[in-house]
Design a protein around this ligand. Structure first.
Ligand SMILES: [Zn+2]
Length: 75
């Protein structure tokens, strides 16, 4: 689940402020947040940018499910 290379100091827990070293660079002062999907209840704990990807991903997925359901006529 977690694909960042290194976490400096603090663990991944909600409310912590951490520096994250990855291939893209160093993110300093990233706040760890908890988000959850209102549709399926899955949750994510991590930095805000990843939380945004989680929310965006679930939104796209669940909209796809609705579209598929409507396309197939309720199968
Ligand atoms: Zn979901």
């Amino acid at each position: 689940m977690w694909d960042e290379d290194e976490l400096d100091q603090a663990p991944i827990e909600e409310g912590n402020i951490v520096d994250i070293i990855s291939h893209d660079g160093i993110k300093k002062g990233s706040e760890i947040v908890r988000v959850h999907c209102f549709v399926c209840g899955e949750s994510f704990v991590g930095p805000k940018d990843r939380a945004g990807i989680f929310i965006k991903g679930h939104t796209e997925f669940h909209l796809w499910e609705i579209t598929l359901h409507e396309t197939l006529g309720g199968l």
